[in-house]
Write a protein that binds this ligand. Structure first.
Ligand code: MN
Length: 323
């Protein structure tokens, strides 16, 4: 690990141009990590990196410092050759979608992640599946480099930690999680402010949309399975943005007997984007069967079939897992 961090440091120092990638359908960890790293590169290495997102940037994280600096990867010239590309929280290279080419074109590629399904697609791979979030990996790296993490970067890392642990309650919540949270709060981060900014600023239509999706839940296998689907017409009825689905699958899991919950959302292309959550079963084999990936209790995939067909296929697969 020490060698890897030395390697990363020297690549940063030697790079004239740096790009930092977040994954498609960005969450709090990939965005928080991206901005935290950017702030550190600026402050301690005097490097102005391009922080990029793929697809659509959700509104719910707009309270993060420097959020307005995020660049849509589609606006970057595909032939541009960066000296250094760093992907944060990107479980598989295809999660960069149309950013993949720019990532591949870079002179040196770094993959910093905590998904156990990550195969190590970078020239340098810093993967710690034990880590609650990528923000926590970065914090360790910064400490290793003896850098004092400033408040704005600490806030970004706090969001990584808070969102990837579901507000300090998922299975990845460990003593280290709270120790890191304590350090960040000591730096000046306000848990109340960050929580409110992240989770209690939903548009009214989002609250109503989420309630609607939850009310459509169908339970199977004596309540062990909970499925709900979302079509594009449901979305347009509520003027729903793509991030309106954030957090719904966790609500399905709150039902007493539920072991596996899934939200199936129709994409613009007519495919089906699946979010899976579980209390006890490892979901990674289900997700990888459908070309996806993730963590044991939180995984996802996109099934290239219409929702109705994907629904039946996924239900059969989930039922077989519970047998
Ligand atoms: Mn993550």
């Amino acid at each position: 690990m020490e060698n890897k961090l030395q390697e990363l440091k020297s690549k940063i120092e030697g790079a004239e141009s740096i790009i930092i990638f977040s994954h498609v359908s960005p969450d709090g960890d990939t965005l928080g990590s991206n901005l935290a790293l950017n702030i550190i590169l600026d402050k301690y290495f005097n490097k102005k990196a391009d922080s990029v997102f793929v697809g659509k940037l959700p509104n719910m994280y707009s309270y993060l410092p420097n959020y307005e600096k995020f660049i849509d990867v589609a606006e970057i010239d595909k032939s541009k050759k960066y000296d250094l590309a760093i992907a944060v929280d990107v479980a598989a290279k295809d999660r960069l979608v149309f950013g993949t080419e720019i990532f591949d074109n870079a002179v040196y590629r770094v993959n910093i992640d905590h998904h156990k399904t990550n195969i190590g697609y970078g020239d340098l791979n810093i993967i710690d599946a034990e880590s609650a979030c990528v923000g926590a990996i970065l914090y360790k790296i910064f400490k290793e480099w003896k850098l004092k993490v400033p408040l704005d970067a600490a806030r970004c890392i706090y969001t990584s930690l808070m969102t990837d642990t579901g507000g300090f309650k998922y299975e990845n919540t460990t003593p280290e999680t709270f120790m890191l949270a304590a350090e960040l709060v000591k730096t000046g981060v306000s848990p109340t402010k960050e929580y409110r900014a992240c989770y209690e600023t939903k548009p009214q239509s989002m609250v109503q949309f989420q309630a609607y999706v939850v009310s459509n839940t169908v339970f199977y296998n004596n309540g062990k399975i909970a499925f709900s689907k979302i079509t594009r017409s449901d979305m347009s009825k509520f003027n729903a943005e793509d991030d309106y689905t954030e957090g719904i699958v966790e609500v399905l899991r709150t039902s007493k007997d539920v072991e596996i919950a899934a939200i199936l959302k129709e994409t613009k292309e007519g495919y089906t984007k699946v979010s899976l959550r579980s209390k006890t079963k490892d979901l990674t084999s289900i997700a990888t069967d459908f070309g996806g990936g993730g963590h044991s209790f939180a995984a996802g995939c996109t099934i290239k079939k219409p929702v109705a067909i994907a629904y039946d296929k996924l239900l059969a697969r989930v039922q077989s897992e519970l047998e």
